[in-house]
Design a protein around this ligand. Structure first.
Ligand SMILES: [Zn+2]
Length: 279
């Protein structure tokens, strides 16, 4: 019989986890990944799971104060709380879960995965609130939310002011392709306790403007239409951060780099809109 793991979106989800692990973005149980399944994918999963008893309905957030009505009834594939990215390829059914939301988007139940028990990532609230914003803004195109702990980007949050403009310019200035890959810039959330509603609300507000959001002294959230683009954004941001830290650690005073006129020219050449507030 065909298994859930053989569905293409599950295979791609597993592959991203392995790539992220190989990149060193996921020490121990660090990071999490979610995917908003299409109606056809949910249908295919439902068919394979016929006869399997769903788990009990559970609050999206343990405090019971998170609801995503815009995603009511939708299905998601998500990594499990406390699970290690490196184990997803080894045993996806123990490390991840397919969850279904109820009619008002405040409760979920596990339809597959988390064999042996557990719950979705402790950042499930952030993932769902980000997916809800992106679903609305992209007309259903953006379906992947990827959170990782890349070392150089975290290091940057100790030396660059925690402001959208400062981070955007610092990253853009490292590599010409950065403003092409994230032309809208990057958002920054000040340090907060992770997990739960408060950080989810702050992040999802920034997701109204950006595809990528930094969590100070913690990591990055990327939103994308495909798994390839989610990983591509994470890798680009971390590479830019590495270049920034390399330049800083050279001890030499950096030269000017790319100018505002240069960014305008990039915007024109690559047909991307560079917000005036970052120039
Ligand atoms: Zn984290």
């Amino acid at each position: 019989m065909k298994k859930i793991e053989s569905l293409p979106f599950v295979a791609e989800f597993v592959r991203l986890c392995s790539i992220g692990d190989a990149q060193g973005f996921h020490e121990r149980n660090g990071g999490n990944l979610s995917y908003h399944m299409t109606a056809d994918e949910a249908k295919a999963a439902r068919k394979l799971l016929a006869g399997r008893k769903p788990g009990p309905w559970t609050d999206v957030d343990p405090k019971g104060d998170v609801a995503v009505p815009g995603l009511a009834g939708e299905w998601f594939l998500v990594t499990g709380s406390g699970k290690f990215f490196r184990n997803v390829a080894y045993d996806a059914e123990a490390s991840a879960a397919i969850c279904e939301l109820d009619g008002d988007g405040s409760h979920y139940r596990v339809r597959w995965g988390l064999r042996g028990g557990g719950r979705p990532t402790s950042e499930f609230s952030s993932h769902l609130m980000n997916l809800e914003v992106k679903d609305r803004l992209s007309g259903g195109k953006v379906r992947v939310i990827y959170h990782a702990h890349p070392a150089n980007l975290i290091a940057m949050t100790y030396v660059v002011p925690l402001k959208d403009r400062d981070f955007t310019r610092a990253l853009w200035n490292t590599m010409t392709e950065c403003p092409v890959i994230f032309p809208e810039g990057i958002g920054v959330v000040k340090w907060m306790v992770p997990g739960g509603r408060e950080i989810a609300v702050s992040t999802s507000k920034l997701m109204e403007k950006y595809a990528n959001v930094v969590w100070a002294h913690h990591g990055v959230f990327c939103a994308a239409d495909t798994f390839d683009n989610a990983m591509g954004q994470m890798e680009t941001i971390e590479k830019a951060a590495r270049i920034f830290m390399l330049v800083l650690s050279s001890g030499r005073k950096p030269l000017a780099g790319i100018t505002s006129a240069g960014y305008r020219a990039i915007g024109k050449a690559f047909r991307v809109e560079i917000p005036a507030r970052f120039l």
